[in-house]
Design a protein around this ligand. Structure first.
Ligand SMILES: NC(=O)c1ccc[n+]([C@@H]2O[C@H](COP(=O)([O-])OP(=O)(O)OC[C@H]3O[C@@H](n4cnc5c(N)ncnc54)[C@H](O)[C@@H]3O)[C@@H](O)[C@H]2O)c1
Length: 362
């Protein structure tokens, strides 16, 4: 999609969705391919402002006694509107983007959200992995459960295109999960400026870029429905709450993420956008830790971060022993916190530990 098309679609689809959905579930799918036959009976939009779309929508309902199932703009394309009854899922009809969801926590979060009835955009720099995850979700939860987008969250144009792809496919955005993150561990002696800046770009700057483009769609939805709530959720870390030895690039970027979370929460509260962070403990069974070549167990063993450790298993036991509840953090623990944040309408700007008691708030 060209920038001009992206901008126009992003200004129209969320308005149509909000006007169509009321207390039901609704998606609006855009396509540049349309013919005279498929626009027969569709709502014609000539004024693309909110008021213009609203006026055309109301006039359509008055004339036809029913809401439109499609709308079109000459020379732009068609918007197909699907309204369905809510299901029992706790996220029924919600539209979500999960970044970094080709693997690890992100993949698990995307899966839990789709199981609860959300439409999920699986966004990742690993485009093939993202596609494989989205295909799995559609096979398990039905066509329309997920799409994939190849995206680099530290690149502004890529973030803009990712959010636009979500709006073009589903018609809006209700939950943005800022999950993509990287670790480059190392002491002051070892750390290079390039690695330090890479970690900051992916874990810190990218959160700003994502919040900027995600909140624009959420604000538009709120303009049409003045009581509509949406969520931006940062997957932070326990290393955003306390320092991490020989891992300051990561911990610093995550501390910064909490500063952004609190500040975005203040700025976006008037628009009904809640912004919260989840701070998981170590996901010891996930690929970040357990990958036999690049995983943190291997990295920490080689860096001598755990005194006396001779094997990867020694490193694992060292980290398990630090947790009062005596195990690593699992995806289900993070998924529960996400559901809590979304369902809790009276909280914003929080950093919620999910650490088995390893970090306790003062
Ligand atoms: N694994 C843990 O122990 C742990 C603990 C606390 C918090 N976290 C946080 O959870 C999040 C996910 O961690 P994980 O362990 O699942 O990591 P992971 O390495 O298993 O997966 C991260 C995913 O992000 C993608 N990614 C990396 N850079 C990207 C970029 N620039 N643009 C788009 N996608 C990108 C990768 O391709 C990968 O699919 C991170 O923010 C991490 O800091 C992890």
């Amino acid at each position: 999609m060209s920038n001009e098309i992206m901008t126009r679609v992003s200004a129209i689809a969320p308005v149509l969705r909000m006007l169509s959905k009321e207390d039901k579930c609704c998606t609006v799918k855009f396509s540049t391919e349309y013919c005279e036959k498929c626009t027969a009976g569709a709502l014609k939009i000539t004024d693309e402002s909110i008021d213009g779309i609203k006026a055309a929508f109301d006039a359509y309902v008055k004339a036809n006694g029913a809401k439109p199932t499609a709308a079109f703009v000459d020379g732009l394309g068609i918007f197909r509107i699907t309204v369905t009854e809510p299901t029992n899922g706790r996220l029924t009809g919600k539209i979500a983007i999960v970044t970094g969801s080709a693997q690890g926590f992100g993949k698990g979060i995307a899966e839990h959200m789709a199981r609860e009835g959300a439409h999920v955009v699986v966004a990742d720099m690993n485009a093939d992995g993202a596609k494989a995850t989205a295909d799995e979700l559609c096979a398990a939860f039905g066509e329309g459960a997920a799409i994939s987008v190849g995206a680099n969250v530290s690149d502004e144009a890529s973030v803009e295109a990712m959010v636009a792809a979500c709006v073009a496919e589903f018609g809006g955005l209700d939950v943005f999960v800022n999950n993509a993150g990287i670790v480059r561990a190392g002491s002051l002696e070892e750390m290079t400026k390039a690695n330090f800046e890479l970690v900051a770009a992916v874990n810190y700057t990218a959160y700003f870029l994502c919040a900027k483009y995600a909140s624009a769609v959420m604000k538009l939805q709120r303009k049409v429905c003045p009581d509509y709530l949406s969520d931006i959720i940062e997957i932070n870390s326990k290393s955003g709450l306390e320092g991490s030895n020989k891992n300051f690039a990561y911990a610093g970027s995550k501390f910064g993420g909490i500063g952004l979370t609190e500040s975005f929460a203040l700025e976006l509260a008037p628009f009904g956008i809640k912004v919260n962070a989840i701070c998981p403990g170590n996901f010891l069974n996930g690929p970040l830790w357990s990958d036999p070549e690049k995983g943190l167990f291997v990295q920490y063993l080689n860096a001598g971060k755990v005194p006396g450790a001779k094997t990867v298993d020694d490193v694992r036991r060292f980290y398990e022993a630090k947790v009062p509840l005596n195990r690593g953090c699992e995806i289900k623990d993070v998924a529960r916190a996400i559901l809590y944040i979304i369902e809790q309408e009276y909280e914003t700007g929080q950093a919620i530990p999910v650490t088995g008691g390893q970090v306790m708030l003062k």
